[in-house]
Structures are given as structure tokens and as C-alpha cells.
Ligand binder design. Structure first.
Ligand code: NAD
Ligand code: DAU
Length: 343
């Protein structure tokens, strides 16, 4: 039997990769993509699917209870990844993060309860490892697990922790059929060039310097976006209701190490680095122990190994300048406004 997926936030980085991944890997699946097209939602990331009968785009907001209720009724499962996603923006203005990430998730869960009173439809809530706060740089054996208490540092991670807690509460109180995932930093094609890898790569293509925050010693665990998509499918299809799953690449790099790898791959040297004022409240280190998802669902990363996966990602930005140039120059925003009449 075919599975109809309602995906929220499918015009963003992970969402657009997820749409393509699922349509390729599951010929029996169809997807409705609900996205409000904020600055980071880009229909051009899915323009190759124009005319694809298994894919439909709906321009709308997860805060719209009537719309989301009707869309959930049309589908068998929900994968929820719509969110404000950038830490730096949350430091400048936390409000949209609370609106979309907290209230948006709560609205979607209420829509799920209205559309599916018997709790038959699987709901996958896509969250982040940032809900756990950060780890020390001098104890590399310590990693986040599903049992790590929440200790979010930024308004972004606090809003995601809020959304995770609401999902937990709806599982406990109403018995909804939900799983939550907490994933590390993703990289790959179609990532908005405010995040460090596409920002640094596109800056270097443009002949600019790369702004490295603080001392550059902060560590992130890098996972290729298609590995994340595969893990999400495993959770969707095999995850146990009410469970959470940590997803990581086992690929920890300091930002300085990451920067050197990018510089080397692009034939640049240290003179392209500009050390700038640190991010406020900057988390030192993230690292994931992904034992549970490997043991229970048989998933482990296969596409994230460096330097190959990083070099392929850099190559994608080099070859797809039209995609990122319009977004980065701001031209895309006015194009979007013309198309859809504002945010
Ligand atoms: P993104 O910013 O590229 O995409 C977010 C998408 O959500 C955009 O298309 C945007 O238009 C849409 N959106 C935002 N608010 C909305 C609303 N109220 N209604 C409908 N659509 C809305 O983000 P991303 O990097 O693709 O992240 C996707 C999800 O994965 C987020 O929930 C994020 O917290 C989580 N996550 C991201 C990473 C990462 O490294 N990028 C890692 C772990 C978890
Ligand atoms: O860990 C998962 C999270 O990863 C996701 O939940 C977030 O949605 C996603 O944005 C990402 O958060 P980070 O803050 O880790 O990603 P970002 O690319 O913004 O930054 C990565 C590291 O690089 C971080 O230590 C800050 C640093 N950095 C970032 C930028 C944008 C710089 O040094 N300079 C920069 O200009």
C-alpha cells in the first residue's frame, strides 16, 4: 500500500533533500510539502520535481489549524521539520522561533489529534542535539545520548527543547504515535548560505574572507544530509512510539579544522580567515552517541566520511552558483515576495 507523507518545512535545506530522497528510495510514497516560505524556504530547491505526480507543494503555515487538520486527514504519516533554524538569528530576534518552533509544533499536534483521534498516524518530530546544551572540550569520551537532560543555551535551542517537550507531553497525555529525533549538524547541497559551510564556501568563491567566531575551537559533529534523511525514514517506518533517537555522524571537527579543510579543498590559505567576535553563548562542543538508533533500527551513517563528503558538497556549491547567488544577494527574497506576496 502506498504511504502518503505530510512533510512540513520541505522547501528548506533538509526538507528539500528529504523529498528527493524519499521519492527516490520509496517508489510507493507520495509527499505533500507544507511550507510557509520564510527567507530560508526556496521552491527552486525542488524545481526539478515540477510535474512529478507523487509530489505536491502547499504554501501555508503550520500555525494554521484548519489547513493542517485537512492536510493530515489526506495523509498517513507526518514528518515535521518546519522551523526557524539559525542560532544567530535567534539571538537577534527570538520571537519567530517561539512562534514557529513552539506554537507551530503545538498547533500541528492539535491538528493531528483532530484529524486522527485514534492515534494511528505516525508523527516524526525532527529536532536537534542543541537541546542538550554543550559538552566540555577536554572530555572527548562524553557524548549526548537519549538520556541526557535538556539544557538549551540559545533562544533557538530553547525553542526546539520546548517543541520536544510538547511532543513528549502529547505522547504521555493523549497517546499520540510520535517519535522525536535529535540530530547533529548537517551538511550537503541546498543549505542556506548563513550556515557555516555554505557561507564559507560561497564567500571564498566570491573572493571574500571567512568569519571564524572566537578562537575557532568549538566542535561540531558533521552528518551528511542524506544520512539524516535515511535515519528519518528508519524512524518513520520502524521507530517505537514515544521514543527519541539521537542521530550523529561520528565525525567531530573543530571549526578551525573544518575551515582548514575548506581552504585546502578550494586552493586558499590562512590569510582568508578573519577571526571575529564570538557568538553570544556559543556552545563549545556537540557530540552524539548514536548507539540506540544503530541497535534498535539498524541505521548508521554511510555518506558522511571526510574529506570526500565535504569535497563533494563544496563542488555542489561551485557548480550551483545560480542557486546560492540569488539567495545570498537578497534577490531571491524579492522574487519570493513577487511570487507569494510576503512572509
Ligand atoms: P531551514 O531553515 O533550511 O528550513 C526550514 C523550513 O521551514 C523553510 O523552508 C521554512 O520556510 C519552513 N518554515 C519555517 N517556519 C514555518 C512555518 N511556521 N510554517 C511552515 N513552514 C515554515 O532548516 P533546516 O536546516 O532544513 O532544518 C530543518 C529542521 O531540522 C528544523 O526543525 C531544524 O531544527 C532541524 N535540524 C536541523 C539541523 C541542521 O544542521 N540544519 C540539524 C538538526 C536538526
Ligand atoms: O547541531 C545541530 C544544529 O546545527 C541545528 O539544530 C541548527 O539548525 C543548525 O543551524 C546547526 O547549528 P550551528 O549553530 O552549530 O550551525 P552554524 O552553521 O550556524 O555554525 C556552526 C559552527 O560554526 C558554530 O560553532 C558557529 C561557527 N560559525 C558559524 C558561522 C555562521 C562561525 O565560526 N562563523 C560563522 O560565520
Amino acid at each position: 500500500m502506498s504511504t502518503r507523507i505530510l512533510l512540513t518545512g520541505g522547501a528548506g535545506f533538509i526538507g528539500s533533500n528529504f523529498v528527493r530522497f524519499v521519492l527516490r528510495e520509496r517508489p510507493d510514497c507520495s509527499i505533500i510539502n507544507l511550507d510557509s516560505l520564510t527567507y530560508s524556504g526556496n521552491p527552486e530547491s525542488l524545481s526539478d520535481l515540477d510535474g512529478e505526480p507523487r509530489y505536491r507543494f502547499v504554501h501555508g503555515n503550520i500555525l494554521d489549524l484548519e489547513l493542517t487538520t485537512e492536510l493530515i486527514k489526506e495523509c498517513d504519516v507526518v514528518v515535521h521539520m518546519a522551523a526557524e533554524s539559525h542560532v544567530d538569528r535567534s539571538i537577534i530576534d527570538a520571537r519567530p522561533f517561539i512562534e514557529s518552533n513552539v506554537l507551530g509544533t503545538q498547533t500541528l499536534l492539535d491538528a493531528l489529534r483532530r484529524a486522527d483521534p485514534d492515534n494511528t498516524k505516525r508523527f516524526v518530530h525532527v529536532s536537534t542535539d542543541e537541546v542538550f546544551g554543550d559538552l566540555p572540550l577536554d572530555q572527548l569520551e562524553v557524548k549526548f545520548t537519549e538520556a541526557t537532560p535538556f539544557a538549551p543555551s540559545s533562544p533557538y535551542s530553547a525553542s526546539k527543547a520546548g517543541s520536544d517537550m510538547i511532543v513528549r507531553a502529547y505522547c504521555h497525555t493523549f497517546g499520540i504515535n510520535a517519535c522525536t529525533t535529535n540530530c547533529s549538524n548537517n551538511f550537503g547541497p541546498y543549505q542556506f548560505p548563513e550556515k557555516v559551510i555554505p557561507l564559507f564556501v560561497t564567500n571564498l568563491i566570491e573572493g571574500k574572507k571567512v568569519p571564524l567566531y572566537g578562537d575557532g575551537k568549538n566542535v561540531r559533529d558533521w552528518l551528511h544530509v542524506e544520512d539524516h534523511c535515511e535515519a528519518l525514514l528508519a524512524v518513520l517506518e520502524k521507530g517505537a512510539a514515544g521514543e527519541t533517537y539521537c542521530i550523529g555522524g561520528n565525525n567531530e571537527r573543530s571549526n578551525l579544522e573544518l575551515t582548514h579543510s575548506i581552504l585546502a579543498a578550494m586552493g586558499k590559505d590562512e590569510s582568508s580567515i578573519e577571526y571575529v567576535t564570538d557568538r553570544l553563548g556559543h556552545d563549545r562542543r556537540y557530540a552524539i552517541d548514536a548507539t540506540k538508533i544503530k541497535r534498535d533500527l539498524g541505521w548508521e551513517p554511510t555518506r558522511s566520511a571526510w574529506p570526500g563528503a565535504l569535497e563533494n558538497t563544496i563542488k555542489w556549491y561551485v557548480e550551483n552558483e545560480t542557486w546560492w547567488h540569488r539567495v545570498k544577494s537578497g534577490e531571491y527574497l524579492s522574487y519570493y515576495e513577487k511570487q507569494y506576496g510576503g512572509r
